[in-house]
Design a protein around this ligand. Structure first.
Ligand SMILES: Cc1cc2nc3c(=O)[nH]c(=O)nc-3n(C[C@H](O)[C@H](O)[C@H](O)COP(=O)(O)O)c2cc1C
Length: 269
């Protein structure tokens, strides 16, 4: 909740102009903080020239002052990184250090969420990964054999390979990645897992900058859709759903160049 330090506030109104939700307001030329909880988005705090605004319930020591060099990435570098980014399907047999993973997750913590509800949670699969691979592989292969429409996009050969490998404790579902980040979100806060996909896109970029590779594994979600019992280890609350699974690890592939893409379809009006 927004708090204004009246000793510091100069009543410039920047927080009022910035607030999307119309929470702070004028009273006789004085800026007033809302009496009800706001979105906690922090825009008021970020624009205040006097450091007069704070938010209750947050650690304000992590707020950093603007630094152009580090906070506005060079567009050429950013675009090149995005063009070079590939879905990694070969990983080194090397664990990912927890402090490195924490940096990847930090990118998700700062991603936008609908209504700023910040309702996502993250499960990091390491040791328990193979048990889930085995279950998912069997679910998918059986469904394909039974012509379930959920598996129509995937060739029998692929699902059979994943299944046969899983019987030998070989993970071809997550491509042998040492870590899988599973993102869980509340059903009500964002349509179509939008929060989770935005967070994942940012985690992927952060992972890349740390020398890691990553790959979305939608197949895991197909398996969960076919057999929700797959998600038992996540102890989902009634209003939660598994939104995505992101395989992460040190890449064993090295790409010497970027790849071509179809031209954009854009309409300028
Ligand atoms: C929503 C989504 C689901 C995906 N599911 C899988 C998957 O189950 N397994 C896999 O190996 N790759 C998966 N991918 C990766 C795509 O196949 C990959 O992004 C695409 O082929 C382009 O390759 P690139 O990412 O290397 O540019 C998925 C990608 C997206 C966006």
């Amino acid at each position: 909740m927004m708090i204004i330090d009246k000793e510091r506030c100069i009543n410039c109104g920047e927080c009022i102009r910035e607030c999307y939700g119309h929470y702070p307001f004028w009273r006789d030329g004085v800026v007033m903080a809302p009496e009800e909880p706001c979105l906690d988005c922090g825009h008021c705090l970020a624009v205040c020239p006097m450091e007069a605004v704070s938010l209750t319930g947050y650690d304000l020591s992590e707020v950093k002052p603007f630094d152009k060099m580090t906070m506005i990435p060079h567009s050429d570098h950013l675009l090149a990184a995005l063009q070079y980014k590939r879905s990694i399907r070969r990983y080194k047999k090397k664990a990912v250090e927890q402090n490195i993973l924490k940096q990847v997750l930090e990118a998700a913590r700062y991603s936008p969420t609908a209504g700023n509800f910040q309702t996502m949670r993250f499960v990091i699969l390491c040791e328990e990964k193979m048990a889930l691979v085995k279950q998912a592989a069997e679910i998918l292969y059986t469904a394909k054999q039974n012509n379930r429409p959920e598996t129509a996009l995937f060739r029998l050969e692929l699902l059979e390979t994943i299944y046969q490998a899983s019987l030998k404790n070989d993970d071809k579902l997550f491509h042998g990645a040492p870590v899988v980040i599973v993102v869980i979100d509340k059903e009500t806060t964002a349509a179509n897992c939008a929060n989770a996909y935005i967070a994942a896109a940012r985690m992927e970029l952060m992972a890349q900058s740390l020398g890691l590779g990553s790959c979305y594994v939608g197949l895991f979600l197909r398996a969960g859709h076919l057999a929700p019992s797959l998600y038992a280890p996540f102890a989902l609350a009634d209003d939660e759903r598994v939104c995505l699974a992101l395989a992460v690890g040190y890449p064993a592939s090295f790409y010497r160049r970027t790849v071509p893409r179809k031209p954009l379809t854009v309409t300028w009006r």
